[in-house]
Design a protein around this ligand. Structure first.
Ligand SMILES: Cc1cc2nc3c(=O)[nH]c(=O)nc-3n(C[C@H](O)[C@H](O)[C@H](O)COP(=O)(O)OP(=O)(O)OC[C@H]3O[C@@H](n4cnc5c(N)ncnc54)[C@H](O)[C@@H]3O)c2cc1C
Length: 278
């Protein structure tokens, strides 16, 4: 299978954000991505904007993959979205349980992502290629790493075709995770999710919520550059490029970049990589 790049965006809120995303998409298209994906805001807060962004991408000729989360959706909501997506030729979904905005409680028909994967398969057969989320460093709510692995396998058994991981900065966590999956008979491609380093405060905040570990040495060095964004960016570029190259050399089937709707740093990272298509 050819090595595949993909890029994740959030749906912009303003006309200015839309114009910026269009520029970002144009720049990242040069890397011949397999697809662009668009997130679904916490609790379904961006349902319409996600759909609009996905349809705009698809119209421009790049495969677009909406994220769909079950946590705040009813069966009817999901069916309506699937119908719209199918009628516009969308063939790939990133299917999640999702998170609620802090403080809000979910009233959902889908307690876990595996329930939503089963429902989509039941309703639409093989119409969609389904990606799910994977956590090489374990999902933050999991009772144990072993249980989290079993829950991941349930999503694949329910009909997912592939997985994209939460970001991480320790390549061994990914390789160990893939090995464990293989030992459990999970054979779908597991694509590492890559978070470029733009800003330490923002990264530390995200990481503490989603359970991604910033290694101590890296965290300390990034903090040293709190007042020196050029040096922070250079260190981040070097560290993330090396991480990506290790993942490629170790057999990762692709890379999925969390872009935060920005292209320059990612283009620089990709420019540093040697990618061999087998
Ligand atoms: C690539 C990627 C893209 C993402 N995109 C979005 C997005 O667009 N919008 C958004 O809101 N969030 C997004 N997220 C975040 C994600 O929604 C959260 O991490 C969320 O907390 C879990 O979603 P999940 O699909 O992994 O859930 P699940 O797979 O359901 O797992 C969530 C937790 O429940 C546990 N669990 C699963 N099944 C069972 C079971 N049967 N019994 C008991 N426990 C169980 C798991 O071990 C885990 O701890 C994304 C994450 C990734 C990695």
């Amino acid at each position: 299978m050819a090595f595949e790049l993909s890029f994740e965006f959030f749906p912009p809120k303003t006309a200015e954000g839309e114009a910026k995303l269009l520029e970002t998409r144009q720049q990242l298209s040069q890397h011949q991505p397999k697809f662009f994906s668009v997130t679904f805001g916490a609790g379904g807060s961006t349902r319409d904007r996600t759909m609009d962004t996905v349809l705009a991408i698809q119209r421009d000729g790049v495969e677009a993959a909406p994220h769909i989360s079950g946590i705040s959706s009813s069966r009817e909501d999901i069916l309506t979205m699937l119908q719209v997506y199918q009628s516009h030729g969308i063939r790939r979904l990133v299917v999640l349980r999702g998170d609620m905005p802090s403080g809000e409680v979910s009233a959902s028909d889908f307690a876990h992502a595996s329930d939503l994967v089963s429902f989509i398969r039941q309703q639409t057969g093989d119409a969609f290629h389904i990606e799910v989320a994977a956590y090489p460093e374990t999902h933050p709510e999991a009772k144990s790493a072993a249980l989290d692995m079993q829950h991941f396998k349930q999503k694949i058994d329910a009909g997912a075709n592939g997985a994209i991981t939460q970001y991480f900065y320790n390549a061994d966590a990914y390789f160990q995770f893939v090995e464990q999956c293989q030992a459990m008979g999970v054979e779908v491609p597991i694509v590492p999710g890559i978070m470029p380093i733009y800003n330490y405060t923002q990264l530390a905040r995200f990481s503490s919520v989603c359970g991604a570990e910033i290694p101590r040495w890296l965290s300390l060095r990034l903090q040293d550059y709190a007042e020196d964004p050029a040096s922070l960016r250079a260190l981040g570029l070097q560290v993330v490029s090396q991480l990506c190259q290790r993942l490629i050399d170790g057999g990762a089937p692709g890379l999925h970049f969390y872009t935060l709707n920005q292209a320059n740093l990612i283009s620089q990272i990709i420019g540093n990589l040697t990618i061999q298509n087998n």
